[in-house]
Design a binder for this molecule. Structure first.
Ligand SMILES: [Zn+2]
Length: 288
């Protein structure tokens, strides 16, 4: 890595990092000015294409299961508890294959966007009545009406973004005054994140480029014109197959790949466990 390739902080623009560690060759640093932890370089287009191409949503980790269903219910409950009425117009930025859409369509009028074309096609086939409101590509290029939505949701999306500020600015532009943004993202301020460091299971560059704690996530929202209203952390409902997949990724020596694959394919693979790690955070914020 040359010094030239180090980018300005994704939140405040400063180019002054405390270097923390390298993870799979990616340098992770904490901005000395605003405190945001992040990958200090930008992945090139080829790397991103390799991540988010055809296979990204085909790994089985986003399939509908009990753990996924509970997560969707938690998201909907968080939105309703924040005061979003039923029937609201909701834009799902980074909708993936439409799991949230499927769970929330009884509650809200949903629109969705994702960069992965195959994921959007999958969602369109599942929910043909919504197909005309689901778009593939960059959100900025989708025909989404300005100042139209009551809420934008970004579930486990913001940590993937090379430029989270511009995406939140886009979200602001689509929201009516007083409209909501609901975010979930790994919580780098959680005890387990501090304990595990480079081996924290969400420390997965270059998929995850930004590691927010409560302060930096709120800072992001405030900079983009939102007033934070509600914040919480939770652990995660996970199925055993997914947990072993993650575990093997951070500690490859722990178990052979063949064992992990066998468990994932067996009936035990869908067993559902609650991991009380507090390392998922949820933030509700309102457009000023
Ligand atoms: Zn910064």
């Amino acid at each position: 890595m040359s010094v030239d390739s180090i980018i300005g902080c994704r939140l405040c623009g400063a180019r002054d990092y405390a270097r923390l560690y390298d993870v799979r060759g990616w340098p992770i640093g904490r901005c000395r000015k605003c405190g945001l932890e992040q990958v200090m370089v930008s992945p090139d287009a080829q790397v991103l294409d390799d991540i988010y191409g055809e296979s990204y949503f085909a790994k089985g980790k986003y399939r509908q299961d009990v753990a996924g269903q509970r997560e969707q219910e938690r998201r909907i409950a968080f939105m309703r508890a924040s005061g979003l009425p039923g029937g609201s117009r909701v834009l799902d930025l980074g909708m993936a294959t439409g799991e949230f859409l499927g769970a929330a369509r009884e509650h809200f009028e949903l629109w969705g966007v994702d960069v992965a074309e195959s994921a959007v096609e999958h969602a369109r086939a599942l929910y043909p009545e919504r197909a005309a409101q689901l778009f593939a590509g960059m959100a900025q290029d989708a025909p989404l009406p300005a100042e139209y939505f009551d809420a934008v949701v970004m579930w486990d999306v913001v940590e993937h973004l090379d430029d989270p500020v511009s995406t939140l600015n886009f979200a602001v532009s689509r929201l009516r005054a007083g409209g909501w943004i609901f975010l979930s993202t790994p919580n780098a301020g959680a005890w387990i994140a501090s304990l595990m460091g480079a081996r924290w299971h969400f420390m997965t560059p270059p998929e995850h480029l930004v590691y927010f704690d409560r302060r930096s996530l709120q800072d992001l929202c405030v900079r983009c014109g939102f007033a934070p209203q509600r914040w919480m952390t939770r652990g995660k409902w996970v199925n055993l197959g997914f947990m072993l997949h993650k575990l093997r990724r951070v500690m490859p020596g722990l178990m052979p790949a063949s064992l992990q694959a066998r468990v994932a394919e067996s009936r035990f693979g869908s067993w559902c466990l609650y991991a009380p790690t507090g390392d998922i955070q949820y933030l509700a914020a309102q457009r000023q």
